[in-house]
Design a protein around this ligand. Structure first.
Ligand SMILES: Nc1ncnc2c1ncn2[C@@H]1O[C@H](COP(=O)(O)OP(=O)(O)O)[C@@H](O)[C@H]1O
Ligand SMILES: CC(=O)N[C@@H](CCC(=O)OP(=O)(O)O)C(=O)O
Length: 297
């Protein structure tokens, strides 16, 4: 009986979703799967099923993954200290090597495996492959809280995408496969750069003119100071949240990414809880929206 109800619920969801499938056929969804959201194997399986379902109905999913907590755990095991500035990991050469190993090696291939287990075909790459992303060193300044003086902070090999060549993504998608991208890029200077996964996903979503950028994380969405979900935001509202300290840590690059994406060619971005079963499908294909939707004003 419980099974019958589950099947019925799934059928009802699919019927509700049909017009959306038709409207977005042939469009691209960029899905960023965060390291925090990856913790639960059941949610990971369901995430892979959702990605395969999108592909099956004619939408082109492009997965960009994170792995911050997993890099942190490996650095700890190897006795390498790590620190963050505005949600970005300060990355010396040893840290860049370890980040590449964890992201392009372990996590990327694990995701490819989940998608295969869900019946899809995925190709795991990083920003280095096919010249997908050329990275430029990130420049950051911080204000000393006592003196109010701005000073430059050297984040080492932290990069941001300065050029995105989507040829490899178009080729993989056209061949019926799902690209899975690790947030590592090569600089024109020949160095390997560690790129925040949200930033990477946003740059790719903008370059592809994606219909949606989904950022799957471990919170319901963007929360206000009382912990309530903010369902709709635009760039001006986000600036206000940053200025008044409502958002901090990893949420800062996440929302900077959303602003960049929606101002540079992506229709809309959504921050949502990747631990909720089938969060992405529920958000997009049913009237029961979840998470925070970010659009251009
Ligand atoms: N206003 C806010 N609303 C929701 N989360 C916030 C907010 N400000 C800071 N955060 C933090 O941002 C985190 C999500 O960013 P991050 O840790 O980088 O996730 P991920 O690894 O999924 O990219 C949340 O777990 C939360 O601790
Ligand atoms: C420069 C920088 O901070 N890079 C990130 C890359 C991984 C990432 O962004 O993972 P999540 O999405 O899981 O946080 C890092 O080293 O943690």
């Amino acid at each position: 009986m419980a099974d019958d109800r589950t099947i019925l619920a799934k059928a009802e969801t699919l019927i509700e979703a049909l017009p959306y499938f038709q409207r977005y056929k042939g469009r691209t969804f960029v899905v960023k799967y965060g390291g925090h959201a990856m913790g639960d194997p059941k949610a990971a399986r369901e995430f892979a099923e959702d990605v395969v379902l999108l592909k099956a109905v004619g939408i082109n999913p492009v997965v960009v993954h994170g792995g911050g907590p997993q890099i942190g755990a490996m650095l700890k095991r190897l006795g390498v200290e790590s620190s963050f500035v505005d949600g970005l990991r300060v990355t010396d050469k040893a840290t860049a090597d370890i980040a590449e190993m964890v992201l392009s090696g372990a996590i990327n291939k694990e995701l490819v495996g989940w998608i295969a287990a869900a019946g899809g075909k995925a190709i795991g790459i990083s920003g280095k492959d096919g010249g997908l992303v050329t990275a430029t060193k990130v420049e950051r300044t911080t204000k000393d809280p006592d003196s109010n003086i701005e000073r430059v902070v050297d984040l080492g090999f932290v990069g941001e995408p300065s050029e995105v060549d989507t040829t490899i993504l178009d080729t993989v998608s056209a061949a019926g496969m799902i690209p899975v991208v690790a947030p590592i890029g090569a600089g024109a200077d020949g160095h390997t750069y560690n790129i925040n996964a949200d930033t990477m996903a946003g740059a790719i979503a903008a370059a592809l003119g994606a219909a949606r950028l989904f950022l799957l994380t471990d919170v319901k969405g963007v929360l206000d100071k009382s912990g309530a979900l903010l369902t709709d935001l635009d760039p001006a509202a986000i600036k206000q949240l940053r200025d008044d300290g409502t958002i901090s840590g990893g949420m800062i690059p996440k929302l900077e990414t959303c602003i960049h994406a929606v101002e540079s060619g992506c229709d809309a971005a959504v921050v949502l809880d990747g631990r909720v079963p089938h969060a992405m499908l529920l958000e997009f294909f049913t009237s029961r929206g979840a998470g925070t939707l970010i659009r251009k004003a």
